[in-house]
Write a protein that binds this ligand. Structure first.
Ligand code: SAH
Length: 214
């Protein structure tokens, strides 16, 4: 039986901080969120390992380091309204919920959305709203957002997401082909957008109007 708290401390120290994520609030959030509760019982002992893990519907819970890197890139201070595309297990959602005012998250598969919602409720995250649908369209009713995080890979940056950012807001999104992508940080500035490449990643596909076709 793994000591989950110890495993989590080690995960944050070695995999996340050890690779250069230094935002104290992000590290604190990752120390707090019980990642093992977001995976199947049979996989709990691996929940703090240095890789993604399978969840239902052939999807994955992201590698801890990637969650740290993407979250840090948004430079969150505490009061923001953030949109997540690809709820999946709900782990990234929980990390965001620790860090900001309100989190909106969209998942394409109803069963994943319901499952994530139920665990987030159980853990007491009452600043999260989950919706089932095509997140590549964003969430126009509650836009604009201070930050948007896309946890699935797309061939191009979905324009609706850029349009739903506040001025100065940031979008982090994996852009590339179906097997490999670059993590692109898009900041909305007065002149348009500013892009920074944060390096290579491998995500499951963003399937939707502004992602890959079904
Ligand atoms: N943040 C999640 C990552 C899950 S993998 C976690 O750490 O657990 C990516 C998720 O994006 C999958 O659950 C997949 O079903 C979902 N997804 C793919 N395309 C989508 C779309 N257009 N809208 C919403 N969710 C989508």
């Amino acid at each position: 039986m793994v000591n989950f708290r110890k495993a989590r401390e080690r995960m944050v120290e070695v995999q996340v901080m050890g690779r250069g994520v230094h935002d104290e609030r992000v590290l604190e959030a990752m120390l707090k969120v019980p990642r093992h509760l977001f995976v199947d019982e049979a996989l709990r002992d691996q929940a703090y390992s240095d890789h993604p893990l399978p969840i239902a519907e052939n999807q994955t819970i992201s590698q801890p380091y990637i969650v740290g890197l993407m979250t840090e890139s948004l430079e969150l201070k505490g009061t923001e309204k953030v949109l997540e595309i690809g709820t999946g297990s709900g782990y990234q959602t929980a990390v965001l919920a620790e860090l900001v005012g309100r989190v909106f998250s969209i998942e394409r598969y109803p069963d994943l959305g319901y499952r994530a919602n139920s665990i987030l409720r159980k853990l007491g995250y009452d600043n999260v709203i989950i919706r089932v649908g095509d997140g590549s369209l964003g969430w126009p009713d509650d836009a604009p957002f201070d930050g948007i995080i896309v946890t699935a890979g797309t061939p191009t940056i979905p324009q609706p997401l850029v349009d739903q950012l506040v001025m100065g807001g940031a979008l982090i999104v994996p852009v590339g082909d179906m097997t490999a992508q670059e993590l692109i940080l898009v900041r909305r500035v007065a002149e348009g957008i500013k892009k920074t490449n944060l390096g290579g990643v491998r995500f499951v596909n963003l399937v939707g109007k502004w992602g890959w076709k079904e």
